[in-house]
Design a protein around this ligand. Sequence first.
Ligand code: HEC
Ligand code: HEC
Length: 304
Amino acid sequence: MKKIFILIFFNLLFADSMIKPIPEKIKYDRQKAKLGMYLFTDPRLSKDKKISCMSCHKPSEGWADKRKVSIGVFGRKGRVNSPTVLNAVFNFRQFWNGRAQDLKEQVFGPLHSNFEMDMDKKEVEKTVNTIGVYKKLFKKIYHTDYITADMIADAIAEFEKSLITPDCKFDLYLKGKAKLTPLEMKGKILFKSYGCITCHNGVNIGGNSFQKMGLIISYKNCIDDRYEITHNPADRCVYKVPTLRNIALTAPYFHDGSAETLKEAIKKMGYYNLGIELKSDEINAIEAFLKTFTGKQPDLGKFR
Ligand code: HEC
Ligand code: HEC
């Protein structure tokens, strides 16, 4: 009997160590980040001059978009749900199917996409080079008279690095600075014992591997999956495991935005990826646990 308790105890310790708190601070160039913030919020970088990065990554919606799919220039509807850019710096790849290696490489995805901002590199360069404030700021920071696409991506990526959310309740718990309620604790134990943690782990509680949507029960809507990139049949319906940080703020869920609430997303994960029917009290507990991942939101006032 004693042995079993010891085993369970070590198992729980192990489960905790599979999730790491995010750093309270991260290194980035403040001047570049501030410039990146201007670019991130500037609709002049889009074809119809109405859409900025922030149109689909809204601070009030967890830096994601509560619409099922985002609306880009000229009211064009996108194909997949907008993920949060909070803590994206900790993802091992960017996009649902991981087609960009890092934040800097990611920037020209949305700028270029006809569903999003619909500008090619030359058009973006041309536009930014005609705006006086940018001429001045880039000259000061990048020591240049001609602003290149590469510098624009660099500044935006630098801004995104600043969008981290430290000190969520669970991180504080991991550091011994907060206690979980009995319901949150029950959720934590289920998250581990059912195996959610085998895919959602690490610093970003996700964002560090590619996994199948529909591992046990196959999923139907597999648009823009990893297969599109690798053409390997094993990659059908495979996506980057999304981060669960701030998950309570970023409904709807999944690449296709098909789960409207967090409860529905938890239920579907249990069904498709674990082959179990979670009971409603289990869903409540897991939801309470996932809510402990909401961290301190970035304050853009720091760039003033
Ligand atoms: C029209 C809506 C829209 C606009 C505008 C937009 N995005 Fe996105 N963003 C999305 C969608 C949708 C995805 C997911 C696309 C995919 O994975 O195929 C995404 C993905 C991302 C990701 C990857 C996050 C992750 O976890 O993989 C980052 C980073 C990002 N966008 C930053 C930006 C930046 C920077 C801009 C401006 C240059 C921008 N977005 C403009 C909708 C938008
Ligand atoms: C086999 C790996 C795997 C397991 C196990 C797993 N997930 Fe997931 N999870 C994923 C993948 C991959 C996605 C993205 C699926 C998609 O968008 O189609 C995801 C998406 C999610 C989302 C939505 C995230 C978003 O931003 O849209 C939530 C919430 C979630 N999982 C919670 C859980 C919970 C709770 C469990 C345990 C009951 C669990 N997951 C088990 C791989 C897994």
